[in-house]
Design a protein around this ligand. Structure first.
Ligand SMILES: Cc1ncc(COP(=O)(O)O)c(C=O)c1O
Length: 386
């Protein structure tokens, strides 16, 4: 059955129905899992193969994500890092230059610092992400501006429309890691960005049991990327695609609930005597709250906070929690907490961490879909216990 044009549907409807490849034979309501890696051939433009990123289960997921993110084309990869590396290596070449903020996901930072020099791609790391800071870092060789907003773990924001505009004015591409916000809370392509990347491992998978990455964007850069991606591989199998399609049906209700929970928890923590500071864009006290209101539909479900008593107090609090689990990663239905000094920022020296504003008492919280009252009670008793 041909798929309807779903662009006029509301987000919740798109989550459930966009992209579904119905099976006319048995009238099942879900996309069947097509296990084949070999498909009959005919029209050469339509030859299917998993590494061509065009099999039915890949297409079902990509069509749904294109509808949600307002993208013209998309591709699925076996991890978020595979998506980031394809985006950069597929659109830049030796002699090109990229502008990158310093405060980004540690794995992305490590990829840029370790791999780009091997391919002769230059980059400038910027400390703050104002349009002026990006503009000052542009060189004659610059090809693209890279963004990640809200940032990990301090939840700082970048003005997405302003950076996309700057890129256009200078004839550059703009890239964004939209993992933290998800398309439920932020739509960068509508703000002029060229290519959006997601670690699907987080909110898209949503149950801490899948690993994949996504690129979505305008047709022109995506077609160039497709050639690179077909040549280098890194695509996803049908079984995983079917699980992703199922997860995405609940993306909006999960992320909306997570976002509501995060707001309540941030407001609770902000008032707590044992908490020194809360980083959450939904709080009026957040220095970029107005920007958050301008560019985000909701303020997201990630926050970080600093406890009195430094690393010892942060560790003790983590140990005392009964519901919120200490773990790496984020975006799942279960609330997870982690200490950046022991995880994402482990490789930095204490002095480097201090310079980056990552104190030993900082904890990052990925808020799940549990009852907000239970999460608040869990945090309250762990914060009060001695
Ligand atoms: C913001 C962000 N971007 C990218 C990645 C990389 O994604 P993956 O682990 O799926 O490769 C992560 C992983 O934690 C992340 O948090």
């Amino acid at each position: 059955m041909s798929n309807p044009n779903t662009s006029g549907w509301r987000t919740a409807t798109q989550c459930v129905h966009s992209g579904t490849q119905l099976d006319e034979n048995v009238k099942g309501v879900n996309t069947p899992i097509h296990t084949s890696s070999a498909f009959g051939y005919g029209d050469p433009a339509d030859n299917k193969y998993p590494r061509y990123y065009n099999t039915p289960n890949q297409k079902a997921v990509v069509d749904k994500l294109c509808a949600l993110e307002h993208a013209e084309e998309g591709m699925l990869f076996s991890s978020g890092m595979a998506a980031i590396s394809a985006m950069v290596l597929g659109l830049l070449q030796s002699g090109d230059h990229l502008v990158i903020p310093k405060e980004i996901y540690g794995g992305s930072y490590s990829f840029f610092r370790t791999e780009l020099p091997r391919f002769g791609i230059g980059f400038t790391l910027i400390n703050d992400t104002t349009p002026e800071a990006y503009a000052a870092a542009i060189t004659p060789a610059t090809k693209a501006l890279y963004m990640e907003t809200p940032s990990n773990p301090l939840l700082k924001l970048t003005d997405v429309a302003a950076i996309a505009k700057l890129a256009k004015e200078r004839g550059l591409l703009s890239f964004i890691d939209n993992t933290f916000a998800s398309p439920i809370n932020q739509l960068p392509l509508q703000m002029g960005v060229d290519v959006v990347m997601h670690s699907g491992t987080k909110y898209f998978g949503g149950h801490s049991d899948l690993c994949f990455g996504v690129l979505l964007g305008r047709r022109e850069p995506m077609q160039k990327l497709r050639t690179h991606a077909v040549n280098t591989g890194g695509s996803l199998n049908a079984q995983t695609c079917a699980l992703i399609e199922r997860s995405l049906k609940t993306l909006e209700i999960r992320v909306e609930r997570q976002t509501l929970n995060a707001q309540r928890i941030a407001e609770f923590l902000e008032q707590h005597p044992n908490v020194l500071k809360v980083n959450y864009p939904g709080l009026p006290a957040h220095p970029q709250h107005e920007l958050a209101r301008k560019q985000m539909k909701g303020f997201g479900a990630m926050l970080s906070f600093e406890v009195a008593g430094g690393g010892t107090a942060a560790d003790a609090l983590t140990d005392r929690l009964q519901i919120i689990m200490p773990a790496l990663s984020l975006g799942g239905v279960e609330s997870l907490i982690c200490s950046p000094r022991k995880t994402s920022h482990l490789k930095m020296s204490a002095a480097e961490r201090e310079e980056a504003g990552i104190s030993d008492g900082l904890l990052r919280l990925s808020v799940g879909i549990e009852a907000a009252e239970d999460l608040i009670a869990d945090l309250d008793s762990a914060l009060r216990a001695k």
